[in-house]
Unconditional design. Structure first.
Length: 495
């Protein structure tokens, strides 16, 4: 069985804990590798390596850090297909979607290429007579990222690109379900010229995570995953004196007003509901149909579903791949039973769509007449199940969005600019789409939900990311006239 090791100090390091976890090929249902689970001592070794590397890396010039990020950008770009095929093999998502994941991750490396500009401070000349005051941004030290299974390349890039560009050194604890992309990225980071020990990967489970949360030499933790674990990470990490941003789960509503273009709304609901088999934190899981929109919208969504091709992610015509594990597939399928028992109408039952073999496939499902008390509404299903709720007014739709404990993303479909503008003002959600079903911000804005979708003060990547991975220092200075100077007519060449 192929063994997936840690990446510490610029090389692969075999695990010694004696504990491993299985890595499946979700499209075939077969185990394809086993991944090392780090012990406390192995996490400590990675942290010690990162701490040692910090001394040199935090002193490297901004222009050199930018140059390394440009190299990394080229390498990730040149290896898009290789990374995407690793994602498809371990996560199951179709190749086109995996390529999209790499592209959205790459944006964050591109953003980090501008680090000299992003690290700028402020300057006040003559704050007092002969006294200048200025602020500088400095890295935090060794920082860690703990990431979920559903974006094994993009979410690590959300974190490490800015963290490293800011001068920190980084420990990544990727999902144990699809760990290979992070190792491949480790190789690229080395080729890009990043000094050994600046980027490290430790694989593992709660043992590794808990050591990260307790380790006195880790200054900050970024987390993306489910809400119960996000809450735990935030509470434990902050109790141990760390800066923490912990992004959690979601239940994203798409409100469709009666004046919306129904075909456009149906296309969007299908794409955003079933893309990546619904295993996206920004997936639409609930369509809230207002008034007359409901009947034509449900008909339009239903009409599109038989045409969707479910199959292995590496087959060119597949539009939706399998779920991540057998257990998760079975759990998602269970919501169809409870929905029917609790009074909803199962319009399309994905359990009827089978794919040959033993992969973790589940076809697409559509549930109508969903009510607030039903399990399929209360829980984050994280699978290819789209619920439809029918309401009479915009106000009822808004109440559903705002009463929901999650506040990651939401969308409104309408031709009425005033209604859309009002919704943008009214909704208690961190990311809003207007006729855009998955409003994932571009890398120069920041990503984050509200309520139970985010614990901490700062969102992920973009300007918030720079703020998260740095702290400011304010200097007050007074100088006598300079005593010495030299003449040099050339442009400076040294970085
Ligand atoms: P998860 O919470 O199970 O795991 C996330 C990470 O936490 C993994 O690295 C895992 O090893 C670790 N972990 C799991 N259980 C742990 C425990 N008991 N103690 C310590 N660490 C633990 O999430 P997942 O199933 O990998 O990912 C899916 C979830 O992530 C969904 O809820 C989804 O909405 C959420 N997600 C959120 C965002 C966002 O930006 N808000 C983005 C992607 C995914």
């Amino acid at each position: 069985m192929r063994r997936i090791n840690h990446w510490i100090g610029g090389q692969t390091v075999e695990g010694t804990s004696g504990r491993t976890g299985p890595v499946w090929n979700p499209a075939t249902g077969e185990q394809q590798a086993e991944v090392d689970f780090a012990s406390v001592e192995e996490v400590d070794r990675a942290v010690a390596t990162a701490k040692e590397a910090l001394i040199g890396w935090r002193a490297v010039s901004l222009s050199r850090r930018s140059e390394v990020m440009f190299h990394l950008r080229e390498l990730v770009d040149a290896n898009r297909k290789e990374i995407a095929s690793l994602l498809t093999s371990e996560h199951g998502k179709v190749l086109g979607d995996a390529l999209g994941e790499v592209a959205r991750g790459l944006e964050n490396i591109e953003f980090a290429c501008g680090i000299p500009n992003l690290m700028k401070g402020g300057y006040s000349e003559q704050a007092s007579t002969g006294v200048d005051v200025y602020s500088i941004r400095q890295p935090l030290g060794v920082v860690a990222g703990i990431t979920p299974f559903n974006f094994p390349a993009m979410v690590p890039m959300w974190m490490f690109a800015n963290a490293i560009a800011c001068g920190n050194t980084f420990i990544l604890k990727p999902s144990e379900k699809d760990p290979s992309a992070s190792l491949f990225i480790g190789e690229l980071v080395k080729q890009a010229g990043l000094p050994d020990g600046v980027f490290n990967v430790v694989h593992g489970d709660k043992v590794a995570v808990d050591r990260i949360l307790e380790h006195p030499d880790i200054a900050a933790v970024s987390f993306v995953g489910s809400t119960p674990i996000a809450r735990y990470i935030y509470e434990t990490g902050t109790r141990n004196g760390k800066r923490v941003q912990a992004l959690g789960g979601a239940k994203n509503h798409m409100v469709v007003l009666p004046d919306a273009d129904i075909d456009m709304a149906a296309d969007a609901a299908v794409s955003a509901g079933y893309g990546s088999a619904g295993e996206r934190c920004m997936a639409i899981s609930v369509v809230v149909a207002v008034g007359d929109a409901a009947d034509p919208l449900v008909d339009a969504i239903k009409a599109r579903l038989p045409k969707l091709k479910v199959g292995p992610g590496n087959e060119p015509d597949s539009e939706m791949g399998p779920l991540i594990t057998r257990e998760h597939r079975d759990k998602v399928a269970g919501y169809l039973d409870t929905a029917a028992e609790q009074g909803a109408t199962v319009v399309v039952d994905g359990r009827g769509q089978t794919v040959p073999g033993d992969g973790f496939f589940l076809g697409v499902s559509l549930i109508d007449d969903v009510g607030e008390a039903m399990d399929c509404y209360r829980d984050e299903i994280f699978g290819p199940v789209l619920s439809v709720m029918r309401v009479d007014t915009y106000e009822e739709a808004l109440r559903l969005v705002n009463d929901n404990p999650y506040g990651n993303g939401t969308a409104i479909f309408t031709r009425d600019g005033g209604a859309a503008h009002q919704f943008q003002f009214d909704c208690n959600v961190g990311m809003v789409g207007i006729n855009v079903p998955i409003p994932v911000p571009v890398s120069y804005y920041s990503f984050g939900g509200w309520k139970a979708s985010l614990f901490g003060d700062l969102h992920m990547y973009g300007p918030d990311g720079i703020q998260f991975y740095t702290r400011t220092k304010v200097v007050t200075s007074r100088w006598p006239d300079p005593a010495t100077s030299t003449v040099d007519l050339g442009f400076p060449q040294v970085r």
